[in-house]
Structures are given as C-alpha cells and as structure tokens.
Design a protein around this ligand. Structure first.
Ligand code: PXG
Length: 466
C-alpha cells in the first residue's frame, strides 16, 4: 500500500480534524459544520483529495510550489542530507555546507549588491528579523531614533506580532493588540478599487508620493525603512501602475531610509524574472524571501542584505542578538539548493518570462470581456480578475463584500480548479512549470466557473451594484 492510499476514510479524517486541528485563517465553527477538504497527494500542477477528485492547483499551494509537485530530486536530497547531518545550528561560530552553499547561491542570484544572507524558517520570521536588523543598523550608525518603519495598507508581510504589524490588514490588527509601536501605513497603488477618475499612471504617482509625505510628517530622522511587496499578493494581486515604483525608488534614493522589498511571493520567478525587484527595476537594501526558495518542499526564509547594510552591521553592530533554532536548517538549505538548481538548469523562469507567461497573459486578459469581470491584471504567473455587477463603473456588489468571490471560489473547486478569492477578486498563482495545454485547461475551467457564478449570482439576487 502506498502512502497516499494509507489513510482513514474522509468522514473519519474530517471528524478528527474538527476535534483536534485548529487551522490558520479559518472560522473553526463554520469549517467544522461543513467538513474540511483533505488533500492527499499531488503531482506536477495537480492535487488529489481524499475522495479521489483531481484539482488543477491554480495557487501553487500557497504561492510557493514554483517547480510543481512530485520532484523526486528534492526528496532524494532531503533523504541524503538527513542521513549526513539532519540538524546542526549556525550559532556559536559554527556553520555547515548546505547553509554556506545556499548563502553563496542566493548572493549570486540576487541582483546588485545583495550579497549577504540571514536565514530563518519563514517569511514572517524573516520580516521580524528585518525590523530588528534595520533598527539595529541605524543604532549602530549612532541614530537609534531612526526606528519607524513605513509600510502599506492592505500589504501582507506575515502573521507574527511584528510581521502582522507591518502588514496593513485591518482585520488582522483587530486581533491581539496590533500594530506594535513605530510602524505606520500609507495607501496602496490599487487603481481599480481606489483610483477614482485618475488614470492608472496619475494614481500610481500620487500613491508613491504618499511615501514622501509620510517621511516629512514623521521627520526623516525618525524613519528607518519602507517595506513593500513589488506586487501585492495576499492583498489581491495588485500590480502597481508603471509610474509607481520609479517614484518610490526616487524617494528612497533621495531620503536617508532603507528600502525593503518583500519578495516572499515575487521571488524565485513568480514575475518572470528571478526577483520582482528586477521586473520593476527596484534597488532594495534588503529583500525578504521564503516560499519559492524551496518551492515549499521544506520551510525556509532569508533576509538578503546589501554590502552596505551588512558592512555596517559587521563593522559597527557587534553581536546581533537574534536568530532561530532553524536558521539555515541543513535539510531545508539542501532542498532549497536543489530547487534553485532545477529552476536554473531547466530554464523555468526564462520560460515564464518569454513563453508561458506571455501566453497566459494573452488568455487572461480576454477575461476582461466577460460580463462579470471589471478588470483583469497579470504579472508573470500571478494574476487577478475583479468580479463586478456593473463593470463599466468598476462597481462593488451591494451585498456583503466577498460574498460573490466566495461563491465563485466554491464553484471553481467543484469544477476542479483551485482559484482563490480575495474579497470579490479572484486570483491565481500557478506553479511556474504550468505548460500551455495546462494553461488552456485552467482558462476553460475559469470561464466555465465565471459563467456559473454569473448565473448563481443572478438567481440569488446578488448581481446588484452598491
Ligand atoms: N511576506 C509576504 C509578501 C507574503 O506573501 C509572508 C511575508 C509571510 O510568510 P510566511 O512564510 O510566514 O507565511 C507572506 C505569506 C494568502 C496567504 O492568503 C499569503 C501568505 C501566507 C498565508 C496566506 O494569500 N503569504
């Protein structure tokens, strides 16, 4: 019997899950009444659930399985590394080959002067590290008062106390007493939802200038850094207008603050280049990375620092009193290295950039012609559509925000497609290895699901503008 078949019947698994398993970002009561969906195996771009249903995974897990499921090379590397050295730490003046080789490889792949790597176990931990690190950086330069970090509303940077504080999700701040002190939030470059009568380019420029205004409001001598995702992921695949990043970069160049690009989603090929910073011509001082570094096969994250930042910390910072048991975990590091080798040697990112990305883009943009779709946007292998009851006016639905998106998501699942909803936007972020015929299949399932969603919304009287 193979592992995938060796499980209890679905009903029993659901009952045990309801009894003992508390899920992230889940209303437990609602879930337990309905019964959880149990995923049991995966291969390529497909998942199978415990009932044998096959699903096309339009989300690459949680934006992370960049090389697709089922790559034996990664399993073999993990197995060999576990026998050789399953664990050792990187504290107390020790190191090990996997962490050393991965740090070197990341320094080679990361653009510009980003040559120094601090490991963690996740994106959230990496952003916690970043907060402490940038504050320690300025303190080391004799400016301990430079500690405010400017972030953005509707940004997502993780779930720990500090990372969720950087994030600009009001519903997260509402639980647990967030944000922590000395973090502020400016508006986002979300033209479809907030651009009003401005053109996308005008709006992008206006939203970028908010950074300059916020620095002036706080005083430049109080600001440590600005953090942003090159393309917002969890916030709804918000691709900024072309005018946005050049203006942000200008402000960061002119002002004495550090720029942190949170590349947890956009890193490792998602936008068609190794990093989103390359796609948008951003020159960060620090990059946050995780997810695609190991294609999600093992947990790992890293801050990648510029020569300048690492130089100050090394020369003037003394001991940085920070680190995780699993910083540079040998098995995670070895698996990440193998994942990067595959991404590189199989030209997976180049293929996204010049072939499958443009192919998906051309198809995805046709969704804007669908009567239910107010906007279709895409960057590499991350894309969104906005559902709207009145697309000409970019109108929101009259009923509860997110109700239409939720209905569409359930219909997609029933049709064998994992497409997420963020409010009433539908988003995809498929494995980077998705090929053209799988893209065709994804598009067919998406259109079919949209047609059924339009029908369901009409029947339930929800197709009304706010
Ligand atoms: N930064 C960004 C940009 C992310 O997208 C994190 C940091 C935190 O990473 P960890 O590894 O701590 O989860 C993320 C994570 C969603 C969703 O619903 C997105 C993420 C995580 C969970 C759910 O889209 N992104």
């Amino acid at each position: 019997m193979t592992i995938q078949d060796n499980h209890l019947p679905t009903k029993e698994l659901q009952a045990l899950d309801a009894a003992h398993h508390m899920h992230p970002f889940t209303d437990r009561k609602g879930l337990n009444e309905k019964g959880v969906r149990v995923i049991t195996r995966a291969d390529g771009v497909y998942l199978w659930d415990s009932e044998g249903n096959k699903l096309l995974d339009g989300m690459a897990g949680l934006w992370c399985v960049n090389i697709g499921y089922g790559r034996r090379e990664l399993a073999d590397v993990a197995s060999r590394q576990m026998m050789q050295l399953p664990y050792y730490n990187t504290f107390f003046q020790t190191s090990h080959p996997p962490a050393i080789m991965l740090a070197q490889k990341l320094a080679e792949l990361a653009p510009g002067a980003l040559n120094h790597v601090f490991f963690s176990g996740s994106g959230s931990e990496t952003n916690d590290t970043n907060i402490r690190m940038v504050r320690h950086y300025w303190a080391s330069l004799g400016k301990p008062e430079k500690k405010v970090i400017i972030a953005r509303k509707n940004g997502y940077h993780g779930s720990t106390m500090a990372a969720a504080s950087l994030g600009g999700m009001a519903f997260m701040h509402a639980q647990g007493g967030l944000p922590i002190p000395d973090i502020t939030h400016i508006g986002q470059p979300y033209w479809y939802g907030e651009g009003g009568d401005l053109s996308p380019q005008e709006f992008g420029l206006q939203q970028a200038k908010l950074l300059e205004q916020e620095i002036d409001r706080l005083g430049e001598d109080k600001v440590a850094a600005f953090i942003a995702e090159p393309v917002q992921g969890a916030g709804g695949v918000i691709v900024p207008p072309d005018s946005y990043w050049p203006e942000i970069q200008r402000i960061c160049d002119e002002r004495e603050i550090l720029l942190i690009a949170d590349e947890v989603i956009t890193g490792f090929g998602r936008t068609g280049n190794w990093f989103g910073s390359q796609t948008f011509n951003i020159r960060p001082d620090i990059m946050t990375t995780a997810k695609g570094m190991s294609s999600g096969y093992m947990p790992i994250g890293a801050s990648i620092l510029s020569d300048e930042v690492a130089g100050v910390l090394s020369e003037k910072g003394g001991e940085f009193a920070h680190g995780y048991t699993y910083s540079g975990h040998p098995v995670s590091s070895a698996v990440a290295l193998e994942n990067l080798r595959i991404l590189e040697e199989e030209n997976i990112i180049k293929t996204v950039g010049v072939e499958t990305g443009p192919y998906l883009k051309q198809k995805w943009q046709t969704l804007a012609d669908h009567p239910l779709v107010g906007d279709a946007r895409i960057c590499g292998m991350m894309a969104a559509i906005e559902l709207s009851p009145d697309k000409a006016n970019r109108a929101a639905f009259a009923g509860d925000a997110g109700a239409a998106g939720f209905i569409c998501r359930e219909i997609c699942f029933a049709n064998g497609l994992v497409m997420r909803s963020v409010g009433d936007a539908m988003i995809i972020s498929p494995p980077l290895v998705i090929n053209k015929s799988e893209i065709d299949e994804l598009m067919e399932l998406a259109v079919k699901s949209l047609d059924q969603t339009a029908k369901a919304l009409t029947q339930e009287g929800l197709l009304k503008a706010a």
